[in-house]
Ligand binder design. Structure first.
Ligand SMILES: [Zn+2]
Length: 222
Protein backbone atom coordinates (compact mmCIF):
# COMPACT_ATOMS: atom_id res chain seq x y z
CA UNK A 1 0.00 0.00 0.00
CA UNK A 2 0.98 3.61 -0.38
CA UNK A 3 0.29 6.56 1.84
CA UNK A 4 0.50 9.96 0.18
CA UNK A 5 1.77 12.52 2.66
CA UNK A 6 1.39 16.30 2.36
CA UNK A 7 4.94 17.06 1.20
CA UNK A 8 5.27 20.84 0.79
CA UNK A 9 8.71 21.03 -0.89
CA UNK A 10 9.44 21.42 -4.60
CA UNK A 11 10.17 18.31 -6.64
CA UNK A 12 13.72 19.64 -7.14
CA UNK A 13 14.34 20.09 -3.44
CA UNK A 14 12.90 16.70 -2.65
CA UNK A 15 14.98 15.01 -5.37
CA UNK A 16 18.16 16.74 -4.21
CA UNK A 17 17.76 15.21 -0.77
CA UNK A 18 18.13 11.73 -2.23
CA UNK A 19 17.88 9.15 0.52
CA UNK A 20 18.03 11.98 3.02
CA UNK A 21 14.33 12.85 2.72
CA UNK A 22 12.89 13.27 6.15
CA UNK A 23 9.34 11.97 6.40
CA UNK A 24 7.41 11.75 9.63
CA UNK A 25 6.35 8.13 10.12
CA UNK A 26 2.56 7.88 10.08
CA UNK A 27 0.55 5.45 12.15
CA UNK A 28 -0.49 2.18 10.54
CA UNK A 29 -3.80 2.76 8.72
CA UNK A 30 -4.98 -0.66 9.85
CA UNK A 31 -3.75 -0.83 13.44
CA UNK A 32 -3.41 2.89 14.28
CA UNK A 33 -0.01 2.04 15.84
CA UNK A 34 3.22 3.95 15.16
CA UNK A 35 5.25 2.56 12.26
CA UNK A 36 9.02 2.39 11.86
CA UNK A 37 11.23 3.26 8.90
CA UNK A 38 11.67 0.36 6.45
CA UNK A 39 14.11 1.22 3.64
CA UNK A 40 12.46 2.49 0.44
CA UNK A 41 12.90 2.58 -3.32
CA UNK A 42 13.84 4.92 -6.17
CA UNK A 43 11.43 6.05 -8.82
CA UNK A 44 11.24 8.67 -11.56
CA UNK A 45 9.02 11.73 -11.55
CA UNK A 46 8.56 13.67 -14.77
CA UNK A 47 8.10 17.37 -14.10
CA UNK A 48 7.37 19.16 -17.34
CA UNK A 49 9.93 17.64 -19.68
CA UNK A 50 12.49 16.78 -16.99
CA UNK A 51 12.90 13.42 -15.32
CA UNK A 52 13.99 13.43 -11.70
CA UNK A 53 14.93 10.47 -9.55
CA UNK A 54 13.37 10.50 -6.14
CA UNK A 55 13.65 8.23 -3.14
CA UNK A 56 10.38 6.97 -1.67
CA UNK A 57 10.79 5.77 1.93
CA UNK A 58 8.75 2.92 3.29
CA UNK A 59 7.21 2.50 6.71
CA UNK A 60 6.46 -0.82 8.37
CA UNK A 61 4.00 -1.74 11.07
CA UNK A 62 5.55 -4.23 13.47
CA UNK A 63 2.11 -5.41 14.57
CA UNK A 64 0.57 -6.40 11.21
CA UNK A 65 3.89 -6.38 9.30
CA UNK A 66 2.43 -4.37 6.45
CA UNK A 67 4.77 -1.98 4.68
CA UNK A 68 3.62 1.29 3.17
CA UNK A 69 5.35 3.47 0.60
CA UNK A 70 5.35 7.08 1.78
CA UNK A 71 4.71 8.89 -1.46
CA UNK A 72 5.21 12.68 -1.57
CA UNK A 73 2.08 14.60 -2.58
CA UNK A 74 3.54 15.71 -5.91
CA UNK A 75 3.01 12.14 -7.14
CA UNK A 76 -0.10 10.26 -8.13
CA UNK A 77 0.03 6.49 -7.90
CA UNK A 78 1.57 4.83 -10.91
CA UNK A 79 1.75 8.02 -12.89
CA UNK A 80 5.11 9.12 -14.19
CA UNK A 81 4.25 12.83 -14.34
CA UNK A 82 4.08 15.09 -11.33
CA UNK A 83 0.68 15.91 -9.87
CA UNK A 84 0.84 19.59 -10.83
CA UNK A 85 1.27 18.81 -14.52
CA UNK A 86 -1.53 16.25 -14.53
CA UNK A 87 -3.86 18.54 -12.59
CA UNK A 88 -3.13 21.48 -14.88
CA UNK A 89 -3.83 19.50 -18.04
CA UNK A 90 -7.04 18.05 -16.63
CA UNK A 91 -8.23 21.44 -15.41
CA UNK A 92 -7.46 23.18 -18.69
CA UNK A 93 -9.21 20.57 -20.80
CA UNK A 94 -12.14 19.63 -18.58
CA UNK A 95 -12.71 23.11 -17.17
CA UNK A 96 -11.75 25.21 -20.17
CA UNK A 97 -12.51 25.66 -23.83
CA UNK A 98 -9.39 23.90 -25.09
CA UNK A 99 -9.00 20.41 -26.47
CA UNK A 100 -6.38 17.96 -25.22
CA UNK A 101 -3.83 18.69 -27.91
CA UNK A 102 -3.05 22.35 -27.09
CA UNK A 103 -3.01 21.64 -23.35
CA UNK A 104 -0.64 18.71 -23.87
CA UNK A 105 1.62 20.88 -26.01
CA UNK A 106 1.72 23.67 -23.43
CA UNK A 107 2.89 21.26 -20.76
CA UNK A 108 5.26 19.23 -22.91
CA UNK A 109 3.18 16.09 -22.50
CA UNK A 110 2.64 13.45 -25.17
CA UNK A 111 -0.88 13.84 -26.58
CA UNK A 112 -1.97 10.26 -25.88
CA UNK A 113 -0.80 10.49 -22.28
CA UNK A 114 -2.74 13.70 -21.69
CA UNK A 115 -5.80 12.21 -23.37
CA UNK A 116 -5.59 9.22 -21.02
CA UNK A 117 -5.63 11.50 -17.96
CA UNK A 118 -8.61 13.45 -19.21
CA UNK A 119 -10.57 10.33 -20.13
CA UNK A 120 -9.94 8.78 -16.77
CA UNK A 121 -10.91 11.93 -14.93
CA UNK A 122 -14.13 12.20 -16.93
CA UNK A 123 -14.98 8.53 -16.45
CA UNK A 124 -14.56 8.93 -12.67
CA UNK A 125 -15.98 12.45 -12.46
CA UNK A 126 -19.19 11.36 -10.72
CA UNK A 127 -17.34 9.65 -7.87
CA UNK A 128 -14.78 12.44 -7.68
CA UNK A 129 -17.52 15.07 -7.47
CA UNK A 130 -19.42 13.14 -4.81
CA UNK A 131 -16.29 12.54 -2.73
CA UNK A 132 -14.94 16.07 -2.82
CA UNK A 133 -18.38 17.66 -2.42
CA UNK A 134 -18.83 15.55 0.72
CA UNK A 135 -15.40 16.60 1.93
CA UNK A 136 -16.26 20.25 1.43
CA UNK A 137 -19.33 19.88 3.63
CA UNK A 138 -17.45 17.72 6.15
CA UNK A 139 -14.88 20.48 6.54
CA UNK A 140 -17.58 23.07 7.05
CA UNK A 141 -17.54 24.51 3.55
CA UNK A 142 -20.25 25.18 1.05
CA UNK A 143 -22.56 22.68 -0.53
CA UNK A 144 -21.40 22.31 -4.13
CA UNK A 145 -24.20 22.67 -6.65
CA UNK A 146 -24.16 19.81 -9.19
CA UNK A 147 -23.39 20.83 -12.77
CA UNK A 148 -24.71 19.20 -15.91
CA UNK A 149 -21.15 18.53 -17.06
CA UNK A 150 -19.86 15.84 -14.67
CA UNK A 151 -16.24 16.75 -15.29
CA UNK A 152 -16.82 20.39 -14.42
CA UNK A 153 -18.81 19.37 -11.38
CA UNK A 154 -15.83 17.26 -10.30
CA UNK A 155 -13.48 20.22 -10.68
CA UNK A 156 -15.90 22.51 -8.84
CA UNK A 157 -16.12 20.06 -5.95
CA UNK A 158 -12.32 19.81 -5.77
CA UNK A 159 -12.00 23.61 -5.77
CA UNK A 160 -14.64 24.00 -3.07
CA UNK A 161 -13.08 21.43 -0.77
CA UNK A 162 -9.58 22.80 -1.33
CA UNK A 163 -10.79 26.29 -0.54
CA UNK A 164 -12.11 25.21 2.83
CA UNK A 165 -9.06 23.00 3.49
CA UNK A 166 -6.82 26.05 3.09
CA UNK A 167 -8.36 27.44 6.27
CA UNK A 168 -6.78 24.51 8.12
CA UNK A 169 -3.06 24.61 9.00
CA UNK A 170 -0.67 23.36 6.34
CA UNK A 171 -2.89 22.94 3.33
CA UNK A 172 -2.77 26.26 1.49
CA UNK A 173 0.95 25.94 0.82
CA UNK A 174 0.43 22.61 -0.95
CA UNK A 175 -1.71 23.91 -3.78
CA UNK A 176 -4.71 22.03 -5.05
CA UNK A 177 -2.93 19.31 -7.03
CA UNK A 178 -1.09 18.05 -3.95
CA UNK A 179 -4.21 18.43 -1.86
CA UNK A 180 -6.00 16.17 -4.34
CA UNK A 181 -3.15 13.65 -4.28
CA UNK A 182 -3.29 13.45 -0.49
CA UNK A 183 -7.07 13.29 -0.21
CA UNK A 184 -7.40 10.65 -2.93
CA UNK A 185 -4.47 8.63 -1.62
CA UNK A 186 -2.82 9.34 -4.98
CA UNK A 187 -5.65 7.51 -6.71
CA UNK A 188 -7.50 10.36 -8.40
CA UNK A 189 -6.96 8.75 -11.79
CA UNK A 190 -7.08 5.10 -10.76
CA UNK A 191 -9.80 2.83 -12.03
CA UNK A 192 -11.38 1.42 -8.89
CA UNK A 193 -11.60 2.64 -5.38
CA UNK A 194 -12.44 1.44 -1.95
CA UNK A 195 -11.99 3.55 1.13
CA UNK A 196 -9.46 3.68 3.92
CA UNK A 197 -9.07 7.02 5.67
CA UNK A 198 -7.48 10.36 5.79
CA UNK A 199 -6.97 12.89 8.51
CA UNK A 200 -7.26 16.53 7.65
CA UNK A 201 -6.69 18.49 10.75
CA UNK A 202 -8.54 16.43 13.32
CA UNK A 203 -11.25 15.25 11.01
CA UNK A 204 -11.32 11.89 9.34
CA UNK A 205 -12.35 11.59 5.77
CA UNK A 206 -12.81 8.58 3.55
CA UNK A 207 -10.81 8.94 0.36
CA UNK A 208 -10.36 6.42 -2.45
CA UNK A 209 -7.65 3.81 -2.19
CA UNK A 210 -5.07 2.73 -4.77
CA UNK A 211 -5.44 -0.02 -7.29
CA UNK A 212 -2.98 -1.45 -9.77
CA UNK A 213 -3.12 -0.01 -13.24
CA UNK A 214 -1.79 2.36 -15.83
CA UNK A 215 1.60 3.90 -16.37
CA UNK A 216 4.22 2.72 -13.97
CA UNK A 217 6.44 5.48 -12.68
CA UNK A 218 8.29 3.27 -10.25
CA UNK A 219 10.28 0.11 -10.55
CA UNK A 220 9.36 -1.45 -7.26
CA UNK A 221 6.24 0.26 -6.13
CA UNK A 222 3.76 3.04 -6.73
ZN1 LIG B 1 -0.50 -2.45 11.33
Amino acid sequence: MAIVWPCPTSVDTYAALGRGVDVAMPDCPRCALPMGSWSGYWRTVREGVRDLRIFVPRARCSACRTTHALLPAFCFLRRLHDAATIAAVVEEVVGGPDGVRPAARRHGVVHETARGWVRRFRSRAGEIAAGFAALSVELGGEVVTPLADAGRYGLAAIRASFEVATTLPGWAVLGWSRFVAVVSGGALLSANTTSPYLVIGRRRFMPPVPDRDDENGGEHGP
